[in-house]
Ligand binder design. Structure first.
Ligand SMILES: NC(=O)c1ccc[n+]([C@@H]2O[C@H](COP(=O)([O-])OP(=O)(O)OC[C@H]3O[C@@H](n4cnc5c(N)ncnc54)[C@H](OP(=O)(O)O)[C@@H]3O)[C@@H](O)[C@H]2O)c1
Length: 235
């Protein structure tokens, strides 16, 4: 079998969901339903990666910086890595507010994958704050984005932190390799509150089969690690 010169990064998605499968409430307001242990778990997963990926809606809603705590930065430096993973944002429309907190933190470079639909005003406002990768197509080609991350930025491990819309898009294209899932001891109910794969009524193009490789419980939470079984070889 011919080995590809520039394979894509290994993609690890990390999510927390309620016992009834919800990742947020119907208003998409930032909702804190997990423990300190889960937050540390998210940071540790982030710190393991060369880059962290987030969809524009989650970035807007949660206004996160996507950094890591000082001790994890030190551990990375000891391993001769950069203090924190690259931060990658995806947005098709490109209407990204340059005043978001992420742009006030210089912990690591920020890459934005978007389209030429991004308004000129936004491009100017983001100058010096992020590197823009704009495609002429209407939508980002996620597989091509992953290849760019691997080839140009040497990203071998990518931590995807959602949200569900982006996760589903990656999953549909066979671009997720591992899912870290925290089950939190709550139930929200409601058809308008997204599950792990978002709000779409459609089935996935094919069922995604996972294999459980680790499980641990801390207090009332359960931390699961699944490997995604790919139909075909990773591209
Ligand atoms: N519980 C958890 O673990 C967890 C984790 C993450 C997020 N969340 C929650 O999830 C909610 C937001 O999730 P969401 O599903 O609405 O949004 P999302 O997945 O965070 O972002 C979706 C946006 O990403 C951009 N995008 C670009 N290319 C895309 C592609 N190929 N496929 C999909 N999206 C693409 C688009 O931005 P443009 O609209 O700019 O074009 C799209 O609207 C928030 O409330 C957040 O708190 C929960």
């Amino acid at each position: 079998m011919v080995k590809r010169k520039h394979p894509r990064p290994f993609v690890v998605a990390t999510f927390a969901m309620t016992a009834d499968g919800k990742v947020t409430t119907r208003n998409f307001v930032p909702v804190d339903f997990t423990s300190r242990e889960d937050k540390l778990h998210l940071f540790r997963q982030r710190a393991l990666a060369d880059a962290v990926l987030l969809g524009h809606t989650s970035l807007k809603r949660d206004n996160v910086r996507l950094g890591i705590p000082a001790d994890l930065q030190q551990a990375r430096i000891k391993q001769k890595k950069s203090p924190a993973p690259l931060r990658v944002i995806v947005s098709n429309k490109g209407r990204i507010d340059s005043r978001l907190k992420i742009f006030q933190s210089a912990i690591s470079p920020i890459l934005i994958f978007s389209t030429t639909r991004m308004p000129k005003k936004t491009r100017t406002a983001l100058e010096g704050k992020a590197t823009l990768h704009l495609t002429d197509c209407d939508e980002i080609d996620l597989a091509a984005m992953l290849k760019t991350l691997r080839r140009k930025y040497k990203v071998r491990a990518l931590a995807c932190e959602g949200g569900p819309t982006l996760f589903r898009s990656l999953l549909e294209r066979g671009l997720v390799d591992q899912l870290n899932l925290t089950i939190a001891p709550y139930m929200f109910g409601g058809v308008k509150a997204p599950t792990l794969t978002g709000l779409s009524k459609e089935f996935l193009p094919a069922s995604v089969h996972c294999s459980l490789v680790d499980m641990r419980t801390v207090g009332d939470e359960c931390f699961l690690t699944y490997r995604i079984k790919h139909q075909r070889r990773r591209n």
